[in-house]
Design a protein around this ligand. Sequence first.
Ligand code: PRX
Length: 651
Amino acid sequence: MSEPAGQLDTVMQESRLFPPSAEFSAQSRIKSLSEYEALWNKAAADPSAFWEELAKNELHWFTPFTETLRWNEPYAEWFVGGKTNASYNCLDKHVAEGRGDQTAIIWEGEPGDQKKLTYAELLAKVCKCASALKSLGIQQGDVVSIYMPMTPELAIAMLACARIGAIHSVIFAGFSAEAIAERNNDAKAKLIITADASWRRGKALPLKHTVDEALKKSPTVKHCIVLDRVNEAVHWTPGRDHWWHDLMRQASAECPATPLDSEAPLFILYTSGSTGKPKGIKHSTAGYNLYAKKTFEWVFDHRAEDIYWCTADCGWITGHSYVVYGPLSAGATVLMYEGAPNAPQEDRFWDIIERHKVTVFYTAPTAIRAFIKWGDHHVTKHDLSSLRLLGSVGEGINPEAWMWYHRLIGGERCPIVDTWWQTETGGIMMSPLPGAIATKPGSCTKPLPGIIPQIVDASGKEVDAHHGGWLVMAHPWPGMLRGIWGDDERYREVYWSKTPGKYLAGDNARRDADGYYWIMGRIDDVLNVSGHRLSTIEIESALVSHPAVAEAAAVGRPDDLKGEAVAVFVTLKSGQPNEALRKELVQHVRKQIGALAQPDDVRFTGSLPKTRSGKIMRRLLRDIAAGKESVGDTTTLEDYSVLASLRQDEE
Ligand code: PRX
């Protein structure tokens, strides 16, 4: 861990307070601070009773549960003995209750093509897709990888898996063939669903080609389903490869949702940790489903007439919880967009909001910073008056970006919900409830009902207001991860060993005198690049797999757009650095992990600065990368020995 807890007290002063308008509060689900506090206190007094009541009322049960929480630290089982199905809760329940004609998904492709699916239509497609999976031998408990563009078929594929108890593992469509193969092998995936290609800024990205490469190294994957999205020529392996449209044509329309144990795994989602190997975060059926639904309704203050748009890709947890499972369980109308925010022009998002009359908009600070850079004129030429609520996720939102979002996009009338959560938490943990909690730019404000955060020092003791420390959760919650796929040891070690009895989130935070939480960054070697988690060690392993590289260190440096950029320091086995090699190393990381991990700076050094005990001096490297330490000419081999000897005792 890079910083000891308790030593990160901050000098940041942010005193502006933005209460919701009386009009907004009056129409909200939770209308005042006192109403929120009453709910939070009730939940904290008896979390199990609180969740029990919600689970009974909010989910469909084929068989009712008999025990609310069985807590065998660090393993939680929620709603034990019950049987439900997330696909049923997202689809059949609404159709059965007479909402089949309501629009579930409004989709816009990057080239401008559009589709609308009602809940009844979505259910019909999910049934066929689930039948198709069964026809290829997929059974309950099998893992299905999904590597697809943001099309309705991606949501259909996820819900089809959920319907029959297959466990989906969605792999973001920017990952490389190596990364796909690693995930396929770790999860022992039996089938993968992809598309010929995906549209990105007018170009077709060849997804099937990347999957073909991955499948050369994925012996457990026997079948590949291919959606014809772009009409690209693809290589075909007969017997293994199947067109989506052929399977859907032949598939049975009958496919009732399988009653599944509450704790049956719903999905695995890989995320980076502080080792080179990504962690397969495991989520369960009932607890996750309930948590995604309730947090969606609370935080986005869901109303039947909303057109809700979350810009996240389903390759990330935000897409799982707040494009698919949360909003669909709540019966919302969800907008999905396939492409880039600057295709064909930098006003694409505002154009979409104006045309579809989006009311709730949820995006990431990195996107907001790009919009600011592109210029206000792209925004002001559109009518954004349909918006009533804005959200932010993935990293802290700096107060300047917050104010711009508030003024330009929200017209100073829309509350902003800055939502703190993680792949592991399954859903939002801390966020303003928009009708009840006044916001402070840069703070995720307060915990949701049923969530009990604490800030502790390294001995597990709670620290006082305004003191930095480790953020932990003092009580299990239904949406929490159920483990790391195939690695119990790592699950215990990462989340439970340093703060026994409490979930260690991996972030530093502080709480102010008003009880508002301020996230202060990671406590491990995990970078946050454009709102995505990257492990420095994963990048280092990728670099040393190149034949020219002897040793490598990756660190983050501040970046105006991405939040953090990736800076790498490399020593060579022999020879001198040159521009061609620099480019080759960038491409090499891209090939090993994917474009999102591509280094922004590559610096060559004769040796990496190390402490006497042999640890890489990461703090020194971070300062060098950020330009705080001058090292002279960076075009040749750099020498940090003098700086290193000055810093020996600090690191
Ligand atoms: O460091 C926190 C940061 O993102 C991490 C979780 O990353 P991931 O699992 O990829 O999930 C991202 C989407 C939920 C956290 O440990 N983070 C996320 N949201 C915020 C944040 N940091 C500050 N403020 C936020 N609102």
